[in-house]
Design a protein around this ligand. Structure first.
Ligand code: HEM
Length: 459
């Protein structure tokens, strides 16, 4: 495999393999979700191209290729995102160029500030109190735990930004709940969503015409902007006084959009990863018991308090979360990393503007890295002495400079939610959950279709 990578088009390019598509639509109708990408990897190899409408997407499906071309200095050639409608184009997820670099740097720095990390845990612990109260009232019958956790994942973000949790019955909390439901329901890849993003007045007529509930992303954005302006006003004198974010004017549209992207990027992804982990644990009672014993032992040794600082004492739980993230592959591919120059990958010409995707699903199910890749086996991430070993072929948070900004926040939520739920309850599967493979769907993220379980109180 070539380790060299130039920015000029090679003289006699090879043709990239990939599925034959139909004229105009390409492979749009062949693609049935992440499993199709895995099947294409098996058929065409570690690099292939797919035509989707007028676009060409190039997938990199081995860790070698991803590391060589999308990380390190080569990754700088694939930094842009697709130009989206103005409502989402200026922030972190879909921003490009210098504006994106500046905002990403500012946010990454802010997220490292110690007081911010501490506030993060406070915000999560406050949400957990509400979660446990609600779940206590829903024990011994089927519960769609994702409906409860969606609100927790969404409200952690304003809790963090405002420095305190939104009161349980507050209007703001209800508004955030609505925003979270809107985000969960939006499919940014759907043509109807794209049209209604560009022409908001068409949203309702299109919803009626196609019998679809097209979420009002503009309204969500307005609600979030109002909350965020209040936060920036406070943050300037308080929480983030040392961070570059604090100096930005609160009317700064790029900054606002970047903060809104924390909701778009962070809520359903964390929720989905949590659901996958809980679902697999409910199907594997022995592993669930091992996890509970580990939690009980460590928490009891800590005076009954469950905190983020206990994470390193719970390798089995960590391994379960890693395995849930691996199998769930909640973002089955990275977002597009767009070539900013004409270049090449492995001798294949990659014209400027090509969408290059890290094939996360193919990496996570790579049979060269994992025996029985589709099985939930947390032990595969543990050494003989029961210590965590860095997982192979594992990139749930994407790659290179465009990697997720929320990894630490997601990690903290996944740890505290999973451990608290298992400390309080034993999770029993329903008949649907026991089926060999549960149905999933892909909108903003890859999610279990209808994960329900029964919670039995432990104490
Ligand atoms: C388990 C939870 C999460 C997963 C699996 C996840 C995964 C990802 C992935 C795969 C990307 C694209 C990276 C790429 O294109 O290479 C991404 C980007 C992003 N994520 Fe996350 N994410 C999670 C949680 C969060 C959270 C909690 C936040 C914020 C609070 C967040 C904010 C973002 C943002 C802003 C970006 C855009 C980064 C950029 O383009 O520079 N994510 N995430």
């Amino acid at each position: 495999m070539s380790k060299h990578h130039g920015s000029a088009v090679i003289s006699r390019p090879k043709e990239l393999p990939g599925p034959k598509g139909l004229p105009f639509v390409g492979s749009l109708f062949q693609w049935k979700g992440p499993k199709t990408n895995l099947a294409w990897t098996q058929q065409f190899g570690d690099i292939y191209r797919v035509k989707m409408g007028s676009r060409t997407l190039v997938y990199l499906n081995s860790l070698d290729l991803v590391e060589i071309y999308l990380e390190g200095s080569n990754g700088e050639l694939f930094l842009d995102r697709p130009a989206g409608p103005a409502a989402i184009a200026q922030g972190l997820l879909f921003g490009s160029g210098n504006a994106w670099k500046k905002n990403k740097h500012a946010l990454m720095e802010a997220l490292q500030v110690r007081s911010f990390v501490e506030s993060m845990e406070d915000a999560i612990q406050s949400e957990l109190k509400i979660v446990i109260k609600i779940l206590n009232s829903r024990c011994n019958r089927q519960v769609k735990i994702g409906d409860v956790m969606l609100h927790a994942c969404a409200n952690v973000i304003p809790g963090l930004m405002l420095g305190e949790s939104l009161p349980e019955e507050s209007t703001q909390r209800r508004e955030i709940g609505q925003v979270a439901l809107n985000m969960e329901g939006s499919d940014l890849s759907s043509i109807l969503t794209q049209i209604s993003l560009r022409h908001p007045k068409l949203r309702l007529p299109l919803s009626k015409l196609f019998f679809r509930d097209i979420p009002d992303i503009h309204e969500s954005s307005r609600i979030l902007q109002r909350l965020l302006r209040a936060w920036i006003r406070r943050a300037r004198n308080d929480l983030l006084s040392s961070a570059p974010l604090a100096q930005a004017p609160e009317s700064n549209q790029e900054l606002l959009q970047s903060l809104i992207d924390l909701f778009f990027g962070g809520v359903t992804s964390t929720l989905s990863a949590l659901e996958f982990t809980l679902m697999y644990l409910s199907k594997n009672p022995e592993m669930q018991q091992t996890a509970q014993e580990e939690i009980d032992r460590v928490v009891e040794g800590n005076g009954g308090r469950l905190t983020w600082s206990l994470k390193d004492q719970m390798p089995f739980i960590q391994a379960c979360i890693i395995e849930g993230l691996r199998l769930g592959a909640v973002t089955p591919s990275t977002l597009p990393h767009i070539a900013t120059v004409d270049t090449e990958i492995e001798g294949y010409a990659i014209p400027r503007g090509t969408f290059v995707m890290g094939g996360i699903y193919s990496l996570h199910y790579d049979p060269r890295a994992y025996i029985d890749a589709e099985r939930f086996q947390p032990q595969r991430h543990l050494t003989d002495k029961g210590q965590i070993t860095p997982p192979k072929c594992f990139r749930p948070y994407g790659v290179g400079a465009r990697r997720c900004v929320g990894e630490q926040m997601a990690g903290m939520q996944l740890f505290l939610y999973t451990t608290s739920i298992l400390r309080h309850y034993t999770i029993q599967p329903t008949d649907d959950t026991l089926a060999p493979a549960m149905e999933t769907y892909l909108r903003v993220v890859h999610r279990l279709k209808d994960f329900k379980c029964v919670l039995l109180k432990r104490f």
